[in-house]
Design a protein around this ligand. Sequence first.
Ligand SMILES: C[S@@+](CC[C@H](N)C(=O)[O-])C[C@H]1O[C@@H](n2cnc3c(N)ncnc32)[C@H](O)[C@@H]1O
Length: 278
Amino acid sequence: VIEITDEEIRRLGEFLYRRTGMVYSISKRYYIERRIADRLAATASPSFETYFAKLRADVGGEIEKFVNAFTVNETYFNREDHQLRCLTKDLLRERVATGQAAGQLRLWSVPCATGEEPYSIAMWLLDKWPLVDTYNIEICGSDIDTDVLVAAQLGIYGKRALMRLPEQVIDRYFHKVTQDSWQLIDELRGSVRFSAVNLVEPTQMKNHGLFDVIFCRNVLIYFDDASRRIAAENLYDSLLPGGYICLGHTESMSRISPLFEVCRFEDGIVYRKPGARP
Ligand SMILES: C[S@@+](CC[C@H](N)C(=O)[O-])C[C@H]1O[C@@H](n2cnc3c(N)ncnc32)[C@H](O)[C@@H]1O
C-alpha cells in the first residue's frame, strides 16, 4: 500500500466522480490507497503523478480499469426478496391488467454487478409467475464495471452468493463445478442480456430502450445528491409510462426526485412513472 496526499485523493475522487457519480472522500483513504497501489503496480507507474497522467490520457484503457477497481460489487441471489414478491404479485399484475405490456415485458437490473439480481428475477418468474409463458419477457442486466459483466455471463458462484436460495432452486438451476462453486444452467444464462451502462450517462441509458420495471438497488448510496438526481432522470427516461422502479431498502426516491409517484404495496415501497391507469 502506498501513501498519497490529501490533495491527490481529492484529484482522484474528482476524476472518479465526474465519470461515475460515485463519491469517494478522504474518509475512505485506506480503501483508495489499496486500490491505487494495485493500479500503480499494474501499470508499472513509479509515482502517483505518472499514474495520474496515464489515467487522464487513458493509456491502455486505464479509465475503465480504474473505474472497475473502485466499484463495490457486493450482491447475492434473492437479496431483498420481498421486492421479487412485489414484482410478481403487484407490479407485473398491474402492467398486464392495464394492457400496457402488450405481450411483451422488459425488465432491467441496473446495476446488476455479477448477475445475481437479474438471474434471481429470471428464476423467480419461472417458479412463481403463472403467466411466464404467455409473455415475451426480456431481462437485461447492466453495470458500469466491465469485469463483473464477464463474471455474470460465466455464471459461476460460491456459497455466499447462494446462501438465500432454497436447496431445490439450487438443484434445479445450477450444476456443481467444484466442491464449493456452482454454475447456472445454460438455459438461464441465456435468459439475461448483459451490457455495460453508466447510470449518469443519458445517451448510454437511452440506447437500452424502455422498460416496464427497473431494479436499481444499492448504487445510489455511493452517489451524492447531484449524481442521484441525474441517475433518477435517466431512469425516468428509460421507463414506459406507468413503469416501476425498485430501489434498495436504504434508498428513497422521494428525497431525490419529484418525478415519480410513491406506491406502497404489501411487500414494499416502489416508485412509478406517472402514466395511464386502467
Ligand atoms: C452493491 S452493487 C449492487 C448490485 C445489486 N443491484 C444488488 O443490489 O445486489 C453496486 C454496483 O453499482 C455499480 N455502479 C457504480 N456506479 C455505477 C454507474 N455510474 N453506472 C452503473 N453502475 C454503477 C457498481 O459497479 C456495482 O456493481
